[in-house]
Ligand binder design. Structure first.
Ligand code: SF4
Length: 216
């Protein structure tokens, strides 16, 4: 798949197009392009298969991720691993990144200026990895990728097309840690995600469900 990433955010500083994830990481360097560079412990670039067919996009590093330099390593990460196992996958089969690469203080929401400054790096990761399916985890990732103000609760369970890719909005695993009723919903959505991946692997592009409940 060679279509554009279609994850363009608001006008952002141009970055040098990288020819590999390693080169992109080197380009980002010891980033202080926004104020989060002054408060983070470790920049969290992303992890996983650089040619993954499935890419997860979350919000921002939390405390554990900030300390370890890897996305989704805390309780939400363990749940993500369990959900992947339910559909026969491991985190080594996918790629995981966030909207922001540095932890916002006290895990506050990303601010628009931070998102605008940091997401060109994410766009480059999407272009280089070229996933067939993007699963957006929670409100911030979903709103950025789908360019919408609608909440994740109104979008999960549906399938969208962006730039030749399937986009599947899913609750952030952290939501299920605070609201156990969402755990079953998450399991359902991961099963749907498996269906989407299988259809794409067989050469079928699942229909976009848009505002209709998904039939996949
Ligand atoms: S959040 Fe992004 S733009 Fe801001 S300092 Fe970290 S890597 Fe740089």
């Amino acid at each position: 798949m060679t279509g554009p990433a279609d994850t363009s955010g608001p006008a952002a500083p141009a970055i040098k197009a990288a020819d590999s994830l390693v080169a992109l990481r080197e380009h980002i360097g010891d980033c202080h392009r926004c104020a989060l560079g002054d408060t983070r412990t470790t920049l969290v670039f992303g992890v996983g298969d650089p040619k993954a067919r499935l890419m997860f996009i979350g919000e921002a590093p939390g405390r554990n991720e900030d300390l370890k330099g890897e996305p989704f390593v805390g309780a939400a990460g363990h749940l993500l691993d369990e959900l992947l196992a339910e559909i026969g996958m491991t985190r080594g089969d996918v790629y995981i990144a966030n909207i922001l690469k540095c932890r916002p203080p006290a895990n506050r929401d990303p601010q628009p200026g931070e998102t605008q400054t940091c997401t060109p790096f994410l766009e480059e990761q999407v272009r280089l990895i070229d996933p067939a399916v993007i699963a957006t985890l929670g409100n911030h990732a979903t709103r950025f990728i789908l360019k919408t103000d609608r909440p994740i609760g109104a979008l999960r369970g549906r399938l969208f097309h962006r730039g030749g890719r399937c986009v599947v909005p899913i609750y952030h695993p952290a939501a299920a840690l605070y609201d156990r009723s969402k755990a079953e919903v998450l399991s359902d959505d991961f099963r749907r995600l498996r269906t989407v991946l299988d259809r794409v692997a067989s050469g079928q592009m699942p229909d976009e469900s848009g505002d209709q409940p998904a039939l996949f």
